[in-house]
Design a protein around this ligand. Structure first.
Ligand code: HPA
Length: 257
């Protein structure tokens, strides 16, 4: 497996966290500095907040911007990841707000998916876009870094936070939610979870040689699943808030195993 040329690193960052819908900051970060470096790929979603958690240096970036102004198909995934790498990050935990499709993935479940299927279209999904860049065919059999998943799951166990330790994430285009028929198709394909930001982020992280894993927060039953009630933004935000309260405890254990 070859990777894209590394950008020169600054002070090392022990962990980078990318927050999704409903997750715009980590309140527990201390001594926070703000970085918003320009990148050759354009502007980031917003500022990167670098601070201390459990005595370690952690970078946090809100994927949709801190005021949730960037929709999933407009996120500059390349800029976000290359800026985190340039700041010295080597490991990324992506927080993804998702809908649940199969039985074990109801609202307020936290899951650590091990597979994904990409249904997105028209997004820049590679660093090999520019003429003259080396063409990479990275191994993506396991889209989430197995050793990072193992460490994350161990941290969740140590923090006493239940996490479903598998699941297939279907990445859809959004920003609208899916039809019942679309979700039925995802279910037939083997997806357990559906979200709009899992790709191209995971693939780009692999091209950069970053370790990358996802903690998926189930905010609602996907269309036609579970109790089949209408999906409201309030339900999504309430469920994300309830589950994300447990994330700092997992991160602390992860940083000081
Ligand atoms: N579908 C896609 N993305 C989502 C959903 C959903 O039902 N809920 C939260 N993000």
């Amino acid at each position: 497996m070859s990777t894209a040329p590394a950008i020169v690193a600054a002070d090392p960052i022990d962990l980078a966290v990318i927050g999704g819908t409903g997750l715009y900051r980590i309140a527990e970060l201390e001594n926070v500095e703000t970085h918003q470096p320009p990148t050759r790929y354009g502007a980031l979603s917003g500022p990167i907040r670098v601070g201390m958690l459990a005595g370690r240096r952690v970078a946090f970036l809100a994927r949709h911007g801190e005021g949730h102004s960037v929709p999933p198909h407009k996120v500059n995934y390349r800029a976000n990841l290359s800026a985190l790498q340039a700041l010295g990050a080597r490991r990324v935990i992506a927080l993804n707000t998702v809908g649940g499709i199969t039985e074990r993935f109801g609202p307020r479940v936290l899951a650590c998916p091990d597979q994904l299927i990409d249904y997105t279209w028209g997004r820049i999904s590679t660093f090999c876009e520019e003429e003259g860049t080396e063409v990479l065919h990275v191994d993506f059999s396991d889209p989430y870094t197995p050793s990072l998943r193992t460490a994350l799951l161990a941290a969740a166990r140590a923090a006493d936070v239940p996490v479903v330790a598998e699941g297939c994430y279907g990445a859809t285009q959004g920003p609208r939610l899916e039809t019942r028929a679309e979700i039925a198709r995802l279910r037939r394909d083997g997806c357990d979870l559906v979200g709009m930001t899992g790709m191209p982020e995971a693939g780009l992280a692999r091209e950069l040689g970053l370790e990358y894993a996802s903690l998926a927060i189930v905010a609602n039953w996907a269309a036609g699943c579970g109790d089949e009630s209408e999906i409201t933004l309030q339900e999504v935000l309430d469920n994300v808030a309830a589950v994300s309260a447990s994330i700092p405890a997992i991160l602390r254990r992860f940083l000081t195993p």
